[in-house]
Design a protein around this ligand. Structure first.
Ligand code: 2HA
Ligand code: ZN
Length: 263
């Protein structure tokens, strides 16, 4: 499978879960130069887009990005209309090399995606992927749970054994903000210095990582913990994962968990 085929199969999974209704959600994926060379006969810039923030640290990189207004549901059937392959041409410009063949542009969240890539690459040179989606139970939880990050980490870790192993750093949490702009982009990118995933309250999740399986797995695990939280909150609890149990897990799986949450 090439990178487009791999990507559309994950977009389809996200859609099937009900996490990307209508045009909800977007993805951006760093593609290696060799993969681009195998995919394109020649490198020709079809259109350019300008952003008012500094992309100098990613100039020359290639990104597969979902299109604005496009539905994840349709990506497998028609990738060339719904996705675009871009190159970062200079610190404020990206150029389309392939796709979006109906004349469409990149997702409205592209500034947030690219800002997140810039921050994650500083923390992890192997970072490649950002997925934004609308997982139902994360959105539910942002309505009924206090927004402080320590209690999100603690409550999600305590819902199931896997949580602290999969996201030991916890999770970033932003209050409701206007989406599609630079401000939410800056706030999300700031969270990415510390976390691979950040909740957008009453909206969804931004998640990042090294490859499609890792990021999809991170979304699934966080959403599963939120689902359990929503199913049991308000009920009488007879048995739970204690702080000591969480520490045992962290020690056994050798994960460096966020301090100040359970100590
Ligand atoms: O692309 O999900 O946040 C639609 C959205 C915007
Ligand atoms: Zn969204």
């Amino acid at each position: 499978m090439n990178f487009v085929e791999e990507t559309v199969s994950i977009l389809e999974e996200l859609y099937r879960h009900g996490w990307d209704e209508r045009n909800g959600g977007n993805l951006s994926y760093i593609i290696e130069e060799k993969e681009v060379k195998d995919f394109l006969k020649e490198e020709k810039i079809l259109r350019t887009y300008h952003y008012d923030f500094d992309m100098s640290s990613i100039v020359g990189k290639y990104f597969l990005i979902t299109g604005t207004g496009k539905y994840f549901k349709n990506c497998k059937r028609d990738p060339e209309t719904n996705l675009g392959l871009f190159k970062i041409l200079d610190k404020n410009t990206i150029g389309l090399l392939w796709g979006l063949k109906d004349g469409g542009g990149p997702t409205s969240e592209a500034p947030t995606h690219l800002s997140c890539h810039i921050e994650r690459l500083k923390v992890d040179p192997l970072h490649r992927l950002v997925i934004h989606c609308h997982p139902t139970n994360i959105i539910c939880m942002s309505h009924v749970h206090p927004l402080d990050e320590a209690s999100w980490a603690r409550d999600l870790w305590k819902m199931q054994t896997e949580s602290i192993v999969v996201f030991p750093e916890g999770i970033g949490v932003l209050p409701w903000m206007l989406c599609g702009g630079i401000k939410i982009g800056e706030a999300t990118a700031k969270k990415m210095k510390e976390y691979r995933a950040a909740v957008w309250s009453q909206h969804g999740l931004f998640s990042t990582g090294r490859n499609l399986d890792e990021v999809y797995g991170l979304i699934e695990t966080i959403e599963k913990a939120a689902e359990i939280y929503m199913k049991i909150s308000g009920m009488k609890i007879y048995s739970e994962i204690s702080n000591e149990n969480l520490k045992e897990l962290a020690e056994f799986f050798k994960v460096n968990y966020k301090k100040g949450v359970i100590d």
